[in-house]
Design a binder for this molecule. Sequence first.
Ligand SMILES: *[C@@H]1O[C@H](CO)[C@@H](O)[C@H](O)[C@H]1NC(C)=O
Ligand SMILES: *[C@@H]1O[C@H](CO)[C@@H](O)[C@H](O)[C@H]1NC(C)=O
Ligand SMILES: [Zn+2]
Length: 329
Amino acid sequence: MSTTYVALFLFFLLSGYSALPLEGDGEDVDIAPDDLDNSIDGDGDGTIDISHLGANAYGTPTNESGHSVANWTESSLMNPEEMGEYAEGDILIPKPRGRNGISHETLRWPGGIIPYVIEGHFNQQQRDMIRMAIADYHRLTCLRFVPYKGQQDYITIQSRNTGCWSSVGRIGGRQEVNLQSPGCVTKKGTVLHELLHAIGFMHEQSRPERDDFVNIIYNNIRPGTENNFRKEDKKNTNDFGVSYDYNSVMHYSEYAFSRNSQKTIEPKVSGYKLGQREGLSRGDVRKVNNMYKCKKEGTDIEGDKKREPSTGWLGGIWQSLFGGNKDSE
Ligand SMILES: *[C@@H]1O[C@H](CO)[C@@H](O)[C@H](O)[C@H]1NC(C)=O
Ligand SMILES: *[C@@H]1O[C@H](CO)[C@@H](O)[C@H](O)[C@H]1NC(C)=O
Ligand SMILES: [Zn+2]
């Protein structure tokens, strides 16, 4: 009998039954001990090409972008991060930070460790939203957001009335991720999206092969924002083994930068909705884990739920088109 108790005790001990909180300032997200095995396999360092953004990525935060996002509601046709005047709507490297003017590269976060501090004004619900987004990265990837304690490079999460925006990758020193309240902290996917930029990812529809998957309807694009639909240069991009992903939290919505409430982008295959902001998709998770060379990844992925036929003949087709668990390409 006592061996049963010993076994049970060992089970709880080894299975990481309780969550270990990180030390720190109260912004922390619990990490189950099991996650600690999910360490980086390799240094996870490297550069990120941002050349297709050109000079557009460099600028200053604007109040006008904030006014647009202030008008955003959950019933708006587009996502709030598609309302800014920044490169592709929400990519901004504040000017004084761009060392030597325009750089065509930024960096990954060494070891997948991202020091962060929340300095914006958020209510409890909004702070929880940010925490839940960070918890998703901890659960599904080997990235670790750790409380800022004087590290050289870190993220500060702000809430200024300048819209939703972030730099792409690590630019060095203090870098802002702005989540205007309430527009940018209403949906978890918007928080995940801006953090994915800071982690090092671009928009899904700027992939070089996107014209095989979506139609861009230039007639409906607001004049002056056509640049936001530019594609990356094939030779400078890395798809991290994940094929084009309609479910990506990094995909524009169908009405992004519309001048007339008509679609600006639509999938070539019917039945998909673009621009979900519920959670990371399986492709998003896999890309992060491949960029940062994580050994394993979590399951229970929200971004694909309700969008992905998982059973029956349709599910079979889905799996073969968009990949179940195999790495494509
Ligand atoms: C933007 O708004 C802030 C706060 O309302 C104000 O202090 C600042 O001067 C404005 N900036 C510009 C460029 O108008
Ligand atoms: C925000 O909405 C108000 C009222 O609906 C409108 O007058 C204003 O032009 C809008 N601002 C922007 C920047 O879209
Ligand atoms: Zn974005």
